[in-house]
Design a binder for this molecule. Sequence first.
Ligand SMILES: Cc1ncc(COP(=O)(O)O)c(C=O)c1O
Ligand SMILES: N[C@H](C=O)CCC(=O)O
Length: 453
Amino acid sequence: MSEIKTRAVHKDPNHAAFVRAQGAIPGGVSSPVRAYGSVGGDPRFLASARGPYVTDVAGREYVDLVCSWGPALLGHAHPEVVAAVQEAAARGLSFGAPTLGEVDLAEEVRRRVPAAEHVRLVSTGTEATMTAVRLARGVTGRPLIVKFAGCYHGHVDALLAEAGSGVATLAMPGSAGVTEATAAETLVLPYNDLAAVEAAFTQHGSRIAAVITEASPANMGVVPPHEGFNEGLRRITSRHGALLVLDEVLTGFRVGPSGWWGLEDAADRESGGAGYTPDLFTFGKVIGGGMPVAALGGPASLMDHLAPLGPVYQAGTLSGNPVAVAAGLTTLRLADDAVYAHVNRVAATLSEAAGEALSAAGVEHVVQRAGSLFSVFFGPLAAVSGVRDYRQAQAQESFRYTAFFHAMLDAGVALPPSVFEAWFVSAAHDDDAVNRILEALPAAAWAAAAATA
Ligand SMILES: Cc1ncc(COP(=O)(O)O)c(C=O)c1O
Ligand SMILES: N[C@H](C=O)CCC(=O)O
């Protein structure tokens, strides 16, 4: 029996692909989160994707709840986005010179987020946050950066300490290769704790260049900011002459037309408040519609400190690549209110159903949601009080997710292969796709219930 199973596994094209990949690529993957490191088994090597579905090299189709880790807001291979990419590619792949498409995209960002008066296009979220850090230091002349444990801002040296996403999945405190001097210039604070921020500024205020925060963290699982947290950061940073960098790489243009900031701003103004404005925004993922585009935006008075106008250097051979910009611009133009209403509705349905299935199976858990982003935390601690920071996220019973994940995968639903990642839905997740997920949930919940550490 076990011999038959072993032979079946070895015949699986995904297994063969993974073995081959490990001979040529570190860990067989181009980004660590793809490696199934914490859930075990062979990563699915994908051959194609369309709408809400991905298909692996064995020809097996899955409903996709990864959505390329966020960019696929409209679903995979949206025909209008593909057509825009094809048209742009036919005009030339890369010019190394300015194009009007870049201006269109920068203006579209500013239309959605007016405080992003000037926008610099880059290729990855990592470049956007790296540039934000350099710009903050360049403008203030101060060395220190404050970040929050469990927040992930890409693989920038200064921002890897106690980071979420793959760093959390691999249980790494940070990364080898980051010098002590660099690490010493980053203060890591607990999330959702304004008292800790006040204390850090009391001690180091005149040396802090910026506070960087995920607009609503989704790289330690989904841990929304408590009411007033982001506004509190704004108040404290302003008082001390430091910048506030709102990292919307993941949330931007995904949780709403103007990102998480737009949701908070609208809610605050509805209740009579004046809203708040960060100094710098970073964007990524949806802004490229599945192609490598990211951006940094803020008031002209700050952004124009970047070269060629100012002394803070930043550059990129492929920045504002015309093919990538065409994908991003078309995606944003298609991402209307109906798209956001749809993804919110699907996220509400799925997060409630996941919670009900786990409760029916007697699994202690909490489902946390921020707009259309959600994730499940397992265990009594999470269930009692919700998860407010990285320490609590780490304390969950993540072994239950392993069982849950594989049961879903066996049933044809691809979840993110780590309990610390958010679940993503798209405008293409129609009733058929949603029903397939709903049908898979009860058995996965029972698998989680039966799991042992
Ligand atoms: C909030 C946040 N910031 C920055 C990044 C880095 O973006 P990229 O992977 O494109 O470098 C990510 C994801 O990777 C992210 O989720
Ligand atoms: N959690 C990350 C993005 O938000 C996952 C993407 C990656 O690092 O490959």
